[in-house]
Design a protein around this ligand. Structure first.
Ligand SMILES: Nc1ncnc2c1ncn2[C@@H]1O[C@H](COP(=O)(O)OP(=O)(O)O)[C@@H](O)[C@H]1O
Ligand SMILES: [Mg+2]
Length: 317
């Protein structure tokens, strides 16, 4: 006999779909966009996320496909739920998790998933340590993800060819069945480094054939990272003082060349440390009154005190 067929209960609702049934079926692209309010999510994505031009254009393509699919369905032209499983590849901190959240919103607004939440997991959430532990673990995760997006970070760790009977294989088999049987109510996004994902797909053709959309997230340029840092500071009511932005620019140029650089995540961490230094600097002088401007300004010295500037020919501050 074949492996048992897994299908996750609670998702059997007949064509689980649209947020609210519209009074009149949409006949135009504009009507679908207006009814679903999906355009505001896409505009937000364009506005809030710096760079990522290839990713944004792929998302527009996918949204167009889904909108047209809705119009086709009204003419009885759609055969069955389109395959929406995706793969997001790119280095750490390139925005994969952030975009997955937006993608879930888009899918939800267009009625392709009931709830639009994202369940984010890694191998350890799916694979057990002992025989018999993996299937219940994987099924529990799938149950939580139903009606939304299951985001599997570093998905290739599910496959360990060096270990003959690795339990990861069992998780993969369950995922494959659910990705096929529950595709009208669950979208799986696999994420990770591009080269490792390619290798994973070569050894797992079943998984590869179920992924309809591959989005590759490029590394950010230094100017993009600077814009991202402006956004991050703005969001927390901080800003760069005179010279500080230039200092952060040279910080980034050095940091990019170092090991473990993680794009926008490294920017976030560097800004956290700059805020700590700013606080220590302000704290040191107990008697000066501090204006709102003092309290919200990151000074060049808060950046230049970073370890990244140690051991270079820079003039002493
Ligand atoms: N294009 C972008 N514009 C603004 N902030 C970004 C952008 N990309 C990533 N970030 C921020 O950087 C951090 C890391 O992003 P994340 O989505 O977790 O990356 P990944 O999942 O690829 O490792 C998050 O705080 C996110 O908000
Ligand atoms: Mg991530």
């Amino acid at each position: 006999m074949n492996a048992p067929l897994y299908s996750i209960p609670g998702s059997a609702a007949p064509t689980a779909a649209a947020p609210a049934p519209p009074a009149e079926p949409a006949r135009t692209v504009a009507a679908v966009l207006a009814q679903s309010q999906v355009e505001s999510v896409m505009d937000e994505l364009d506005r809030d996320l710096i760079g990522l031009a290839p990713v944004k254009s792929r998302i527009r393509d996918i949204a167009a496909l889904l909108v047209i699919d809705k119009l086709r369905a009204q003419h009885g032209l759609a055969a069955h739920a389109p395959s929406l499983h995706m793969c997001f590849t790119g280095n750490p901190g390139t925005g994969k998790t952030t975009v997955a959240l937006r993608m879930a919103q888009i899918l939800h607004r267009l009625g392709y998933v009931r709830k639009g939440h994202v369940v984010s997991v890694t191998r350890d959430d799916l694979v057990g340590q002992y025989i018999g532990h993996t299937a219940p673990k994987t099924k529990e995760v799938l149950k939580k993800a139903m009606g939304g997006v299951l985001f599997i970070d570093e998905a290739y760790y599910l496959y360990r060819p060096e270990n003959e009977r690795d339990y990861g294989q069992e998780a993969i088999e369950i995922l494959l069945q659910v990705m096929e049987n529950n595709r009208d109510d669950l979208v799986v996004i696999l994420a990770g480094y591009k080269d490792r994902m390619d290798t994973f797909f070569q050894s797992n053709p079943g998984m590869s054939s179920r992924i309809a959309h591959h989005l590759d997230f490029p590394d950010y340029s230094t100017p993009e990272l600077l814009q991202i840092s402006d956004r991050m500071l703005e969001a927390t009511h901080y800003r760069f003082g005179a010279e500080a932005r230039v200092a952060f620019d040279s910080y980034l140029q050095r940091r990019i060349a170092q090991p473990h650089f993680a794009n926008a995540r490294s920017v976030r961490n560097a800004l956290d440390r700059a805020r700590l230094r700013q606080a220590s600097r302000l704290y040191a002088d107990r008697d000066s009154p501090l204006s709102a401007e003092d309290l919200s300004t990151i000074a060049a010295s808060d950046i230049l005190a970073s370890r990244v500037f140690a051991n270079t020919e820079r003039d002493a501050p």
